[in-house]
Design a protein around this ligand. Sequence first.
Ligand code: SF4
Ligand code: SF4
Length: 174
Amino acid sequence: MAKTLTPEYKALIASKYWETLPLSDMNDAQWEAICDGCAKCCLHKFIDDDDVADVEFTDAVKEGGEEMHFTNIACQYLHTKNCGCTVYDKRTELVPQCVKLTQANLPQIFYMPPSCSYRRLHEGAGLADWHPLLNKGKKTAMHEQGVSVRGKTISELDADMVNFEDYIVSWPLA
Ligand code: SF4
Ligand code: SF4
């Protein structure tokens, strides 16, 4: 789902604020617009522990001695075609583990995939050329370049959650 091209959103695009304004100084609208809507943060992930010790962990994010793994299992509330949240306003209420990235929890951003636009800005990489802010609010370029989760997931309602390690994937780390 593309962002609505309201006058306010058009003004944000025109200002190119992300090039000069640190994440910590962004207002709510600026902060929200940084989210590219890839939905990788709607995938189930887990930290390596003894329960899944037999899995070959080549796709892990390593930080502070912890290993985190992405699966292709998506939250049941994800719209798998447009990669939007179908319960956005109630998401943290319905899904307590739903990640709501804020300026306050930026230090935990390593839990986000490398392509996450907040993480990119935090690490000084700038926005990628597929970002909706650089494509008139559209997510087409992001989908076409395979950055989003579109077409790659299974719902948590259909997955065998007992054997969730079978669903480990590396593409969210690309
Ligand atoms: S991974 Fe980052 S950019 Fe992508 S949907 Fe989640 S918060 Fe937004
Ligand atoms: S509630 Fe919405 S934003 Fe949160 S994980 Fe599920 S689909 Fe994603």
